[in-house]
Design a protein around this ligand. Structure first.
Ligand code: COA
Ligand code: AMP
Length: 629
């Protein structure tokens, strides 16, 4: 069937469509209703059905004869090590880890925070939680202790699983001291921490609270899979909102498993037994969906790569991994390809590797600039597919579904809506706009399987942040348009979110940090265009009238403060002191205009600006920043 036919079917009969997809999984109890619509806007997929995600991702494959197939290939250039773990070995390791959780009192519904680098134990911990119905919340290693503390207080975990350290090419990330500091700062205290000691920097254990991974896991009684309700939360994943308080996206068990397996076959065109590699991090949604759950649910081999696209050791690193492990399909962020292209524009390293098995490259996480897409197409000679999604959906909203029908690629567009998603571009009057007109991109409710259930502990924020803009629609937060062929063009965010190296960050959260400095009267953080990272944040601050200290010293303090409070991943490297910020007469800071000035783009003088002369001052100040960067 063609893409159009399948898409139409998913719109005309969503329940029949998704019930068919759900039959590909093992259910311990069949669902009573495909979609429970009794309590809108809180829709529930496969109501009454019971299943276990770990069983479907691991045990099921061992039982059906995939026991000796590689489930995980761990490739770590930063530690010069590799390991292949079969489905049978994974089953044993996960069952024992789940047994250790049990021994420490963790049970169905308890939360477990996972603060781990890219090691197989991170996946074992996620699957171990899923095995007994504990709800995991993975926190990315590039965040600060304070960000971790915020998540501890929101999720209230019974237990935290952490690595002793992470390894970046230029330094060791001190996970254990960061964890201790976060627990110290948080109001909530976990009962226990399981610590994976890494030889590069073992941590100091706190007696009574911390237990070493092997000391508890190796002797644990293996735990069986516990079937849970389809709507039981599998995980909480915190993502940037418009304030310093991140949003805890709650993912269900049944809908998620169905969407993961369906997308592996239909979006990525990957069959059981094939090798899939998502070069991302388990701390992001891409890592949850396509390093861990998607490939394993589909019976594929997943590659877990602890390294970078460049520098570990050279810009041929991705080609080596693809060739060495026989990768069929790969997924990463455009930034990674920009980094490779910058260091090796002619892709000379490619000649050293045999990529004959490699079939498709998928890119997402940020806007994919056409030159990067075209460079990858030309050098790799395979289809390069941009697709668009977000933490909240857990899988692609728009994509060229390679398992259904390869549509013509239009560089700069992530193609058309994926089956299941009724994507509309709405104008200010909440009516759909004609082709070519830019508006807010919305999805008509209910979202297809895997769409967020709510925000953890905050139904009200879920409704106000996502469902209040237009009745019956989910607000994606992106603006753009649909063309005459139904292709979507994602132009920008409509909120304070920026995308740095494919990492989603809140400028609002950074502004909160700057505003807390004793010398700062007011501030604005904007995302400015960056050739490598897509966007980078830049802070503009106005000092308090009485501030007499050296502006350059304050600027340096602000950079340190954001790194400490949010983390290195924010890439906040520049703050600049200005006399005033441009505002409308009603007092709204004109961030968009400042952004255009920083990006050297033409801008129209806003009719509502209170004092147009400020823009010249801003222009001079931003010129100084760029001159020194
Ligand atoms: N744990 C701790 N710190 C981390 C980290 C992690 N997992 N990942 C990144 N950081 C740190 C980096 O060490 C760096 O710190 P520094 O300021 O001390 O140098 C900072 O966060 C910024 O990192 P990054 O934005 O990754 O920049 P970079 O210059 O180190 O690397 C790229 C640039 C392009 C190589 C890198 O961003 C990359 O590989 N991107 C791929 C994108 C990706 O995987 N996106 C995920 C969504 S699909
Ligand atoms: P995250 O929740 O971290 O996955 O970030 C989601 C946001 O990243 C989206 O709302 C978009 O703003 C942006 N994004 C992701 N993929 C794409 C893409 N292919 N094209 C344009 N923007 C994208």
């Amino acid at each position: 069937m063609s893409y159009r036919e399948i898409y139409q079917r998913s719109m005309a009969d969503p329940q029949g469509f998704w019930a068919e997809a759900a039959n590909a999984l093992h259910w311990d109890r069949p669902w009573q209703q495909v979609l429970d619509q009794s309590n809108p806007p809180f829709y529930r997929w496969f109501a009454g059905g019971h299943l276990n995600t770990c069983y479907n991702a691991v045990d099921r494959h061992v039982e059906s004869g995939r026991g000796e197939q590689a489930a995980i290939i761990y490739d770590s250039p930063v530690t010069a090590s590799q390991e292949t773990i079969s489905y049978r070995q994974l089953q044993q390791r996960v069952a024992q880890f789940a047994g250790a959780l049990r021994k420490l009192g963790v049970t169905t519904g308890d939360r477990v925070i996972i603060y781990m680098p890219m090691v197989p134990e991170a996946l074992v911990a996620m699957l171990g939680c899923a095995r007994i119905g504990a709800i995991h919340s993975v926190v990315f290693g590039g965040f600060s202790a304070r960000e971790l503390a915020t998540r501890i207080d929101d999720a209230q975990p019974k237990l935290i699983v952490a690595g002793s350290c992470g390894i970046e090419p230029n330094r060791i990330v001190h996970y254990k001291p960061l964890l201790d500091a976060a627990i110290e700062q948080a109001e909530h205290t976990p009962e226990h921490c399981i610590i994976l000691q890494r030889p590069q920097e073992p941590g100091t254990l706190i007696a009574g609270r911390d237990v070493e991974w092997h000391a508890i896991v190796d002797s644990a009684e293996p735990a069986a899979c516990v079937p849970v309700e389809s709507s039981h939360p599998l995980y909480i994943l915190y993502t940037s909102g418009t304030t310093g308080q991140p949003k805890g996206v709650v993912r269900d068990t049944g809908g998620h498993a169905v969407a993961m397996q369906w997308s592996m076959a239909n979006v990525y065109g990957v069959q059981p037994g094939e090798v899939f590699w998502a070069a991302s991090d388990v701390g992001w949604v891409v890592g949850h969906s396509y390093i861990c759950y998607g490939p394993l649910l589909q019976g594929c081999t997943t590659v877990l790569y602890e390294g970078k696209p460049v520098g570990t050791p050279d810009p041929g690193a991705f080609w080596r991994v693809i060739a060495e492990h026989g990768v069929d399909v790969m997924f990463t962020a455009p930034t990674a390809f920009r980094a490779i292209k910058r260091e090796d524009p002619e892709a000379t390293h490619l000649a050293r590797y045999d990529l004959s098995r490699f079939r498709t490259l998928f890119l997402a996480g940020e806007r994919c600039d056409p030159p990067t897409l075209q460079w990858a197409q030309e050098k790799l000679q395979v289809p390069v597919i941009d697709h668009w999604w977000q933490t909240e959906t857990g899988w692609a909203i728009a994509a060229n579904c390679m398992g259904i029908e390869a549509l013509p690629v239009k560089p700069g567009s992530p193609s058309c809506a994926v089956p299941g998603y009724d994507v509309q571009v709405l104008g200010d009057d909440n009516q759909p706009l004609p082709a070519g007109a830019i508006g807010r991109i919305m999805i008509r409710l209910p979202l297809p399987p895997s769409g967020l259930l709510t925000l953890w502990g905050n139904d009200q924020r879920y409704v106000s942040a996502y469902l209040s803009a237009a009745p019956g629609y989910y607000l994606t937060g992106d603006a753009g348009y649909k063309d005459e062929d139904g292709y979507l063009w994602i132009m920008s965010r409509i909120d304070d979110i920026i995308n740095v190296s494919g990492h989603r960050l809140s400028t609002g959260a950074m502004e909160e940090v700057l505003a807390a400095h004793p010398d700062v009267a007011e501030c604005a953080v904007i995302g400015v265009a960056d050739d490598l990272k897509g966007e980078v944040p830049l802070g503009l601050v106005v000092l308090k009238a009485g501030a007499v200290r050296d502006a350059a010293a304050i600027e340096r303090e602000l950079v340190v403060l954001v790194r400490e409070r949010i983390g290195p991943v924010a890439c906040f490297r520049h703050a600049v002191v200005v006399k005033r910020l441009p505002k409308t007469r009603s007092g709204k800071i004109l961030r968009g205009v400042m952004r255009k000035i920083a990006d050297h783009q033409p801008y129209a003088m806003p009719a509502t600006i209170d004092d147009p002369a400020i823009l010249d001052e801003i222009s001079t100040a931003l010129g100084t920043v760029q001159a020194v960067s």
